[in-house]
Design a protein around this ligand. Sequence first.
Ligand SMILES: Nc1ncnc2c1ncn2[C@@H]1O[C@H](COP(=O)(O)OP(=O)(O)OP(=O)(O)O)[C@@H](O)[C@H]1O
Ligand SMILES: [Mg+2]
Length: 335
Amino acid sequence: MASSSSSSSYSGSGPDIPWVEKYRPIKVVDIVGNQDAVARFQVIARDGNMPNLILAGPPGTGKTTSVLALAHELLGPNYKEAVLELNASDDRGIDVVRNKIKMFAQKKVTLPLGRHKIIILDEADSMTSGAQQALRRIMEIYSNSTRFALACNTSSKIIEPIQSRCALVRFSRLTEEEILSRLMVVVAAEKVPYAPEGLEAIIFTADGDMRQALNNLQATNSGFGFVNQENVFKVCDQPHPLHVKNMIRNVLEGKFDDSCAGLKQLYDLGYSPTDIITTLFRVIKNYDMAEYIKLEFMKETGFAHMRICDGVGSYLQLCGLLAKLAMVRETAKAA
Ligand SMILES: Nc1ncnc2c1ncn2[C@@H]1O[C@H](COP(=O)(O)OP(=O)(O)OP(=O)(O)O)[C@@H](O)[C@H]1O
Ligand SMILES: [Mg+2]
């Protein structure tokens, strides 16, 4: 019972595997973005003595990738024997902690000086607090031979005592440049025909999530054979930002009726109010307008989002938002 079957997620090649797996970085240095975290991992990979770790951050930013790469660099040929990888698809109830994890921690494996067995608990925020409680003492008793790496989206779902035993490494969403640099690598390797605006559109829809960016790139490429703006938005099925931008421009130019007509079109195409409002927000954020107006627009969009989340996602609600935005513009003009 060395590593679990889930470590097969670290298989590298093959013609038909999704690009997210094919281009999953194998070395810590290849991980894009989050420089602080990556620099810390590089030091650990060089010097050994990995502390217990919690990696926390939004999806698709490289947590699983980092922890797998780190374990491979630390343990090399001993990986199979010395790593136990469990994720949310494995049973990780209190019994598994008491039996499987404890037995692995007790197991004797001969490793080079300064190296430890590693137990990777991916998606650890889905572990029950009972199971987490059962980990507390195990972490301490076997600390001279076994270290833990927990990856999760929200660190607050990890109980305090576990947090206090671990070094917390935070991951944040990747910047546009970071995603672009990785996309360029994949585009070149796969010889994807693209227009620069197509990649921009992918970055816009991914919103800092590298996994989504790569998936959207592959889906657009296999669906249309060419990555341009239009194809990307067809694949991602999100309101076209240019359409939304037009709506905002109409508001700013005092053409309220045109703006509402644009909204109606989107609504009739079947986009959900949440899709519309999130795109609206991102467009406003990037729109070149007076700062005061932008701030007010964001505030109003935020309030409308809140009401939509409360369940009031009608056309009327969105129209009401446009009316508010138009009024902001009027007040700004008068002042
Ligand atoms: N920082 C990064 N650099 C390069 N590729 C990345 C990065 N982050 C994510 N990827 C790509 O996205 C895929 C998914 O990343 P990963 O599994 O590490 O995400 P995660 O942070 O564990 O997300 P989740 O919280 O959903 O588990 C990887 O296979 C890789 O191709
Ligand atoms: Mg993960």
